[in-house]
Design a binder for this molecule. Structure first.
Ligand SMILES: [Fe+2]
Ligand SMILES: [Fe+2]
Length: 454
């Protein structure tokens, strides 16, 4: 039965169907992207098949997706290598969304998120292992349901590997448009360095995640219908209060911050529930065959920059001294296009991480948070160094409002190119060569950079 909460408008309604369609699908990895895939999908929990529908009459006139309620489901899917006839059934785990919206009115409470029905939702997760490298696979949630596709990564760089890099993603129409622009370049996967749906760990911002996952599921799809996996790092908007040291965090946990898994999940509930990687403690490394390591760092949101995390970064880079492409990705920039240089996370990253990047001779590092495009000069020892410097690419403007550049830009000696524009960075890896192309929301190339070899 369908109940309308208000009579604002008449809308076409999707009713409970025989074939299950998830309200969100997210592919990522917890390890080896050449032989595994982690598949998350979300279901809308129904009660006796009822669903409360909120008509789509938000002032921005953007249509909303009406989710299809399902009967309780288990984390079961079927998959097969493309071209094979036999499906393999596999089982994973389910857990509820971190919050259930209890309000009976569908009006958006925070003034930005879309109206949405008040049902709970469940996250289902399966990790497929023992897959063949550089191979196409299909998966489905029901025998009669749609077959979705993915592709594993190659073991060596026998072909070009493409990555759509960015951050500060958002949850609305601009985000979806940028997803489509990025997907049109058929990347093997995407990397988002924090500020994903601007949920801030707040229950009342659940609707932003609903919109985010619905949009991602529709739009982050490659040319052949292949779903594009995403590797996601933490930002201030994944965290209640933004930073572990904030007064808001202290107030929420009733005292000083304690570094443990339970406390981190309490202040970043969506992040650890929705994304299998990086997992606890909020930073991690992912190795792709013999050619690429992605290092996701936490710029002060759940962990201090200095101390254990910096020691881990040093060890992680030491162990990857011969990997040709090593990309650290984090949220708050060491060399910002907008924020002040003495901001604690900005200064912390510059003081503790930059010397480690220089020590291990990294050519390129990815930063976010400032909602602009930027490319720095190659930097070493706080000076331009065209021969041996590290270039910082950023600054996170996938689908959010751009911020505008710093007023003292003429004093920021390190910025070679800046533009306040929504964009993503397409990385192309060919053997030891890495090229980076910044592409704006209209699909136009605004910058090209070829990194020095490591
Ligand atoms: Fe942001
Ligand atoms: Fe941010």
């Amino acid at each position: 039965m369908i109940r309308f909460l208000t009579l604002w408008a008449s809308i076409a309604v999707a009713v409970a169907a025989d074939t299950f369609e998830p309200s969100g699908i997210l592919l990522t990895w917890q390890r080896d992207p050449t032989t595994t895939m982690t598949i998350d999908w979300h279901s809308v929990d129904g009660e006796n098949g009822d669903i409360d529908i909120v008509p789509s009459v938000a002032q921005h006139k953007v249509p909303i997706t009406i989710p299809v309620v399902s009967r309780p489901r288990a984390a079961v899917l079927e998959y097969r290598q493309a071209g094979q006839t036999r499906w393999i059934r596999t089982t994973g785990k389910s857990e509820p969304f971190p919050f259930v919206e209890e309000r009976m009115s569908g009006l958006h409470r925070d003034g930005y998120s879309q109206p949405f029905p008040p049902q709970g939702r469940t996250i289902h997760r399966v990790e497929l292992t023992g897959l063949l490298p550089d191979s196409r696979y299909e998966f489905r949630f029901d025998e009669s349901g749609k077959a979705h596709r993915f592709r594993t990564l190659p073991k060596t760089l026998t072909r070009e590997v493409r990555i759509a890099m960015g951050g500060d993603v958002g949850y609305g129409v601009w985000t979806e448009r940028m997803n489509r622009v990025a997907a049109s370049h058929d990347p093997d996967f995407a990397v988002w360095g924090g500020d994903i749906a601007y949920g801030d760990g707040e229950r009342q911002r659940l609707g932003r995640w609903y919109g985010f996952f619905e949009s991602l599921t529709r739009s982050l799809v490659g040319k052949d219908g292949r779903r594009i996996p995403v590797v996601i790092g933490i930002g201030n908007h994944e965290t209640f209060g933004g930073y572990y040291a904030s007064a808001k965090v202290k107030e929420a946990i009733g005292g000083p911050y304690v570094q443990n898994d339970a406390t981190r999940k309490k202040i970043s509930p969506y992040f650890y529930s929705f994304f299998a990687f990086p997992g606890q403690p909020g930073y991690n490394v992912l190795d792709f065959g013999d050619y690429l390591s992605l290092i996701l760092l936490d710029s002060g949101h759940n962990n201090p920059i200095e101390g254990a995390q910096t020691a881990w970064l040093d060890e992680t880079l030491r162990a990857r001294a011969v990997v040709p492409h090593v990309f650290p990705v984090y949220h708050v920039p060491a060399f910002p296009s907008l924020r002040a240089l003495n901001d604690p996370s900005v200064a912390g990253a510059r003081k503790h991480w930059v010397p480690v990047f220089e020590k291990y001779n990294l050519p390129v590092v990815f930063e976010n948070h400032d909602h602009n495009f930027k490319r720095t000069y190659p930097i070493r020892n706080e000076k331009k160094d065209p021969e041996n410097g590290v270039v910082y690419l950023g600054d996170g403007a996938w689908g959010v409002l751009v911020s505008g550049l710093a007023k003292d830009l003429d004093q920021r000696w390190y910025l070679e190119k800046t533009e306040p524009v929504n964009h993503f960075i397409l990385a192309r890896l060919n053997g030891p060569s890495a090229q980076f192309e910044a592409i704006n929301i209209k699909g136009e190339t605004i910058d090209r950079y070829t990194a020095r070899r490591r």
